[in-house]
Design a protein around this ligand. Sequence first.
Ligand code: DOR
Ligand code: ZN
Length: 439
Amino acid sequence: MGKFVIKNVRPYGEDEVQLLIDGGVIQAIGKDLGLDETDESFEVIDAGGKVLLPGLVDMHVHLREPGREDTETIATGSDAAAKGGFTAVFTMANTSPVIDQPFLADAVWEKGQAYGKCDVYPVGAITQNLEGKQLSEIGLMSQGHVRMFSDDGKCVNDPQVMRRAVEYAKAYDVLLAQHAEDHRMTADAVAHEGETAARLGLGGWPRVAEESVVARDVIMTRDYGGRLHICHASTEGTVELLRWAKGQGINVSAEATPHHLLLTDEKLETYDGVYRVNPPLREQRDTIALRDALLDGTIDVVATDHAPHGSEDKCVEFEHAKPGMLGLETSLPIISQVFVESGLADWRFVAKVMSERPAEILRLADQGRPIAEGEPANLVLVDPGAAWTVEGDKLRSKASNTPYEGTEFATSIALTMLRGEVTYRADETETETTTTSTK
Ligand code: DOR
Ligand code: ZN
């Protein structure tokens, strides 16, 4: 197992310290640990003032294994996650077959562990085959590695089925994550229902299709208990409902995606399928409401909804494209741009919404921990001064179509560590500048 000293490093972007990592644990932190650098028993990493955060945790990815290994696998998804600074991800159940039985969930977990680049937690389906009718084996799956259940990709629309799911999830003390979409209102929808979709002649997905399900489910949680999580919150109204629910003491958490925090439906003008996603890109007032909600804690976490598709399904006309975008390798640079570089928030905030809160919601004992002596060495070294330009072909993900093709981001990931082992290290040639700012 690796033994490292990281010097000139700024935990949470604050004062420079040295860190000694051994046995997968942070053994010591101090201004000057008085270490003998000629001692070859450890590797010295000179961070040159870079920012250190706890390893990132993503509550919402799609790694497509089993079934669509041509678009992503647990291995390629783990590589993409490590490159994005993640040390744990939760992969959704909408694979083929659907993860609705314990042996399938166990296989996902074990493959992730065998590969070793990232902890890949399986999300169990709420209903068998995501059909929204019969509950899956929630109890049995919760005895294994499943701590979160979701039919994501689809909504549990039937209120009686959802009610039973809420009661089961409460009994087994697991998290229920809802993809809020009343499918009866989105049958022909490919874009946000608004001025842009009307002008482009695209079928509209109204805000109410999301908000009505959020309203129903927070009330169910109020009345029947348990822990509810709202996937990819995308509208101003959802934010208002969450604010109300939290004010009532209802046990609900929520996530926002980097794309809903950054992009709006104005991007659809080109009819380029890379911008198709569920829920759809919305309007500026929604984006602003989501940002404010993340800042004030109404929305708890950032989750990528990393959803790879092959070029035959994305590089096509908008209406024929499959919904979903890559997210793992661009998430931290986007959050840095929107919140840190803009001056809206600091690195402590990023640590909270991308690591500490998701780990807390999912009750991970070894993730999202403080950068302190005795804590597990699940860490990401962030370089706020190493600009890079997104090139889909160079991403670790198996898919290469991305809405950020050609976009320059100021921040990149320099190194990721899982239990004291390096899972990603930037090749200096991948970044355009290697000057480190002291932002
Ligand atoms: O855009 C999306 N893609 N939203 C979802 O809910 C599912 C996902 C996928 O699996 O491709
Ligand atoms: Zn999803």
